[in-house]
Write a protein that binds this ligand. Structure first.
Ligand code: FUB
Ligand code: ZN
Length: 639
């Protein structure tokens, strides 16, 4: 078989950078720095997560791809084995996400050389599994040959292609595995040929953002045109409703006209990512505004305090406005990751700090909670309350993190996000540098060098050593949760005011100017909008960007977690950390409600025995054994 040549790339591949890098002609407020410019050190929380991902999560995913049959599927597609197709019909996407993670990871200093073998072997396997015309999908090669492109609602063919493209973009940007870029382009060219004029879309968005990224990498315009077409074809009923209905697939209203997020939350958020990418590359203000409007709607009415999206188990969907039950929260890990991706894109497009606030919230709470401390166990759904007596420990409502899932979309998604974490810390332009996420890191941005040292998010002190040209501006995000802060320059208090979420400090910069930002982090009682009925009369404890929770583990054995009431007026203290996390102590009480009738006219009175409560960061729950947990705490005095 001879493969047709790729349509050719009129421009050289634009290497460098990390994920979602706007092209040279894009209308974007900020420019990413890229992995090669940001070094995340291992001695902070984010650095530790990145390392744990490299040493545990990513190797675990690689092993699971073999054990679960994903790689076997591709071998069968290559005609090298006759094993039956294993797993979900979109199992190839797990391979692509893991491949993407490995490619980002290989850009890190000291990366495990074994990853290179995985990349090379998998790339070679994909090349063998690819069909002569560029088509690549093991399910429709092995399990349903002849079914190609026949089931756009269900098939996930373009979804899988999208993840392949994202892996190839990582290969291109890190200068690794050019063969992967080449074979992916042959498939992408086939998509352009097949779908440019045929009015079809995929049931699961993903191809839109992927094609826009491939355009950014290659400069090949048909990829961007097709991405835009896929967005504009949505909302016209092309998917035909089907079992799940048009809203599930965001096919009920054109994305440009939509006022509310709807349907399957991961699909909605991947679509939003594509909308922003296409908008900035084409200068399409209306499309960008539509994406901002939908995002605003999600954040205003359908986002958990942990930053997670999508409350309904049924259809893995967004609920109605304010439908945010903590115990039945679906809050899929992939939706949290997608929310982070959308936040990043909107931040780049607009420069507005609120998007970075959301990135931080979802990363440090919802995404972080989805991985165990050992990096090898994962949540798929992320409840904010695991009830005493929780019995449904199936995959969609697991009471503890599982090593893998029959639908394993989340673990490799975590791996690919964590592998390129450094790329999200900062942005830069000719005039300066904007620091969005705080972590111990070294950043080289053109003529400037910034060394960041911090114990964030445990402490609010961020120390920077800056070497920069005289006319240069350092922008430091002051998170929206922060009510008071202090700035010191070379040891002297410096006046500073926040401009649209950032402190903007312009030189003169001497060699090694020392800047210290102290973000006040008192413990806060956070209340939900009263329409979030499920948590009326409750507060969530938060400190800095972290949301806290109570675990049964920290209560006396005879106290039932659901009986605990927090004293509304008692002081909330952050307790020192030693080697562990900063915990929050509070006082409360726990009337024994075991025999309280399910319904009665009595108002139960809080018991008299005071109780010392210890709350731990939500992201750490479930790491000291299995047991009940809750974020939203009823206040004493509230029936
Ligand atoms: O359909 C592919 C992935 O599987 C979705 O993004 C997840 O929600 C899960 O359903
Ligand atoms: Zn998932």
């Amino acid at each position: 078989m001879t493969a047709p040549k790729s349509s050719g790339n009129p421009l050289a591949i634009r290497g460098g950078g990390g994920p979602a890098v706007p092209g040279p002609g894009a209308v974007a407020a900020l420019r990413p720095l890229g992995l090669e410019q940001v070094r995340l050190h291992d001695d902070g929380l984010l650095g530790q997560w990145r390392r744990r991902n490299a040493e545990h999560t990513l190797p675990h995913c690689v092993e699971r791809l073999e054990d679960s049959g994903n790689l076997g599927n591709l071998r069968a597609a290559a005609g090298e084995s006759d094993t039956e197709f294993a797993g979900m019909w979109f199992a190839d996407s797990d391979v692509y996400k893991t491949l993407e993670a490995a490619l980002w990871e290989l850009a890190a200093p000291g990366a495990d050389p074994g990853l290179r073998d995985f990349v090379d072997d998998t790339t070679a396997l994909l090349a063998r599994a690819q069909q002569a015309d560029g088509y690549l999908n093991s399910y429709y090669t092995v399990a349903e040959p002849g079914g190609r492109w026949l089931q756009p609602v269900r098939s996930h063919e373009l979804y899988c292609a999208g993840h392949l493209i994202q892996a190839a973009v990582a290969a291109g940007r890190t200068g690794t595995a050019p063969e992967l870029v080449e074979l992916t382009r042959r498939f992408a060219d086939l998509l352009v040929e097949r779908f440019s004029q045929v009015e079809e879309v995929c049931g699961h968005p993903e191809i839109e953002t992927a094609l826009a990224e491939l355009y950014r990498l290659t400069g090949h315009h048909p990829y961007l045109d097709l991405a835009r077409r896929f967005i504009d074809r949505r909302g016209h009923g092309l998917l035909g409703g089907g079992r799940f209905g048009a809203r599930y697939h965001q096919d009920h209203v054109p994305p440009r006209a939509a006022e509310e997020v709807a349907g399957h939350s991961v699909r909605q958020l991947y679509l939003l990512a594509g909308m922003v990418d296409v908008a900035v590359e084409t200068g399409d203000r209306a499309l960008l505004e539509a994406a901002r409007r939908l995002w605003d709607d999600a954040v205003r009415t359908r986002t958990y305090v942990t930053g997670a999206h999508g409350s309904r188990h049924r259809d893995e969907a967004y609920g109605d406005p304010y439908e945010l039950p903590p115990d039945r929260a679906y809050a899929e890990t992939c939706a949290s990751i997608a929310a982070f991706h959308v936040g990043w894109r909107l931040l780049l497009a607009t420069g507005a700090a609120g998007y970075a606030d959301e990135m931080e919230r979802v990363l440090l709470n919802a995404v972080a909670a989805a991985v165990s401390e050992d990096g090898r166990h994962f949540f798929y759904s992320n409840p904010l309350h695991l009830r005493t007596g929780h019995t449904n420990s199936g995959e969609e409502s697991a009471g503890h993190r599982l090593p893998w899932y029959s639908c394993a979309c989340c673990p490799p998604n975590i791996a690919r996000l964590m592998a390129c974490l450094p790329a999200y810390l900062a942005t830069g332009d000719a005039n300066g540098l904007q620091l969005h996420l705080y972590a111990t890191a070294t950043i080289e941005a053109g003529p400037a060098r910034v060394q960041v040292r911090t114990d964030y998010p445990w402490q609010g002190r961020v120390e920077l050593t800056v070497t920069a040209p005289q006319a240069w501006t350092l922008a430091l995000r002051v998170p929206s949760w922060c009510a008071s802060y202090r700035l010191l320059i070379d040891g002297e208090p410096a006046p500073a005011s926040v401009d649209a979420g950032y402190l903007r400090l312009t030189g003169p910069w001497g060699e090694g100017t020392r800047v210290v930002l102290e973000l006040g982090m008192p413990v806060r009682q956070v209340r939900a909008h009263p329409r979030v009925d499920a948590v009326r009369g409750c507060v969530a404890l938060a400190r800095g960007p972290l949301v806290y929770c109570l675990e049964q583990h920290d209560l006396p054995e005879d106290v039932v977690l659901e009986d605990v009431l927090l004293d509304a007026t008692a002081p909330l203290l952050a307790a020192g950390r030693g080697k562990g996390p900063v915990v929050v102590t509070a006082s409360g009480r726990a009337p024994d409600l075991t025999h309280h009738p399910l319904y009665s006219t009595d108002r139960h009175r809080p018991g008299a025995t005071p109780l010392q409560l210890t709350a731990v960061p939500y992201f750490q729950w479930g790491n000291r054994g299995h047991g009940p947990m809750r974020v939203w705490l009823p206040l004493s005095g509230t029936p």
